[in-house]
Design a protein around this ligand. Structure first.
Ligand code: ZN
Length: 463
């Protein structure tokens, strides 16, 4: 027997000749099929820490970090990672979180556990607003520091010019306040990321397409002209969380405050559909960018504005939601893309995977790749673009004239910004310095006093 017959080179099977490819080979085929490659002329980075996906708010809670698993699986199944710089960011340090949040609140999050008896559950839960919406679950602090760490990492990649578009789908938790949790959000990663951007950028535009008002971000930058906040959301003061975000709420009433006219709100009614939503978004975002001249944009892509969302009430489809991302991308400004709400996990994953493809400029085919893990969760419609308005749960209550009036109101507000502010880079937004500390301490103490009084009355009644 000759040596050549025993030692023979392995012939790699040709693509398309067998159905027993490894996952790697299947992904390679998707990359070829969809023409996925690094975008020309700009860099996209993807910031995802898999530790986030294991977190659990509790079986009945609508917030499911597992939606991030589904999103990442679709992104990987199409091979979109080939076109991006992928980072596993470290958790934010307590000190980094305290750049916005008050020290005692972060220390509370660090020490509290569901079974811990050393904290006073009534007083502290009340003061920090933890409870039903924002439960204390195992690992809650790790969860907060991971999603905030990912947003900070993404913001830093933009400021040091390693990325032009940086994506963190685990972030975008826009309701969290300086000293309290709110609406499933504990730590406000958006505020922290914008603070990071402000170290290098004179003006940041924040755009929020979550179905809920971006109240935490608006409040944090209420008194500064270095951030303009623009939120599109369902508004009903009495019936829909958080009940803020009317058109007339545009910043401090005092016109001499730098923040006056820098908080813009687009309050919507139930049932807005694709074409109206895209048109409204473009008709409002374009003049905002032209008037404010931001040097960076943060886009919160809350997916609860999609039709069929467990908590939402719009009829927006995935292509229309993505059209907002594509539109903002066209302005070619450093762009931080964040997640947010989204409570029908399969549609959240479809939207964010599709929006990732828009960021890298890939035209992916709509059928989810057959090797996508958990494909059964997408039901019969194994596509990126199922019809989401089909249930007609919410009739469109936004008349043409109402939508036109919203555009007019925003244009009117923008007239107050005669020219883009020429700020000094060392200028610190007043909300974020020590100026409000005393006031916040007073409010906090008042709330604690209320709880103590209530407890005293209860004890009296029992006695
Ligand atoms: Zn939301």
């Amino acid at each position: 027997m000759t040596k050549t017959l025993v030692v023979q080179d392995y012939n790699h099977p040709q693509l398309g000749t067998t159905s027993t490819f490894t996952v790697d080979e299947k992904v390679r085929r998707e990359i070829e099929r969809n023409g996925i490659r690094k975008p020309k002329g700009y860099t996209v980075s993807y910031h995802a820490n898999p530790e986030m996906e294991k977190m659990h708010f509790g079986p009945k809670h609508p917030m499911k970090p597992w939606r991030l698993t589904l999103t990442n699986k679709i992104v990987l199944a199409y091979g979109m990672h080939e076109a991006m710089d992928v980072y596993i960011p470290r958790a934010a340090t307590p000190q980094e979180l305290k750049d916005f949040h008050r020290e005692d609140y972060i220390e509370f999050l660090q020490r509290v556990t569901p079974s811990d008896n050393t904290w006073d559950p009534i007083q502290e839960a009340y003061a920090y607003n933890t409870g039903d919406d924002c439960p204390i679950f195992d690992g809650v602090y790790d969860y907060c520091s991971l999603y905030a760490g990912a947003s900070l990492d993404a913001a830093r990649k933009l400021t040091n010019h390693q990325s032009d578009i940086a994506i963190n789908w685990s972030g975008g938790l826009h309701h969290a306040k300086k000293t309290e949790a709110s609406g499933f959000c504990y730590v406000n990663d958006i505020v922290l990321a914008i603070l990071q951007l402000l170290l290098h950028h004179p003006r940041v535009l924040y755009i929020d397409i979550d179905v809920h008002h971006g109240d935490g971000v608006e409040q944090a930058f209420w008194s500064t002209d270095r951030v303009m906040t623009l939120s599109f959301h369902k508004y009903d003061k009495e019936q829909f969380f958080p009940g803020t975000g009317a058109t007339h709420d545009t910043g401090p009433d005092n016109n001499s405050s730098p923040g006056a006219h820098h908080a813009l709100n687009v309050p919507l009614h139930d049932g807005i559909g694709d074409s109206e939503y895209i048109r409204l978004f473009q008709d409002i975002v374009r003049p905002c960018i032209n008037a404010y001249c931001p040097t960076a944009i943060v886009l919160q892509c809350g997916a609860d504005s999609l039709g069929g969302d467990r908590l939402g009430c719009f009829n927006v489809g995935i292509k229309a939601h993505g059209a907002c991302v594509a539109f903002v991308k066209k302005f070619r400004l450093p762009l931080l893309v964040l997640g947010g709400g989204g409570y029908t996990a399969r549609n959240v994953a479809r939207a964010w995977a599709y929006e990732t493809s828009l960021c890298i400029g890939a035209e992916v085919h709509p059928n989810l790749p057959a090797h996508t893990p958990f494909l059964e969760h997408f039901g019969q419609e194994q596509t990126l673009f199922p019809r989401l308005d089909i249930t007609q749960r919410y009739e469109n209550k936004n008349s043409k004239s109402y939508l036109a009036s919203l555009v007019m109101v925003i244009e009117e507000q923008l007239r107050y910004l005669e020219h883009a502010p020429s700020v000094q880079m060392q200028y610190i937004p007043p909300d974020l310095g020590a100026t409000r500390e005393d006031l916040e301490r007073e409010i906090f103490d008042e709330r604690l006093a209320e709880v103590k009084e209530e407890n005293r009355r209860r004890a009296e009644r029992r006695a």
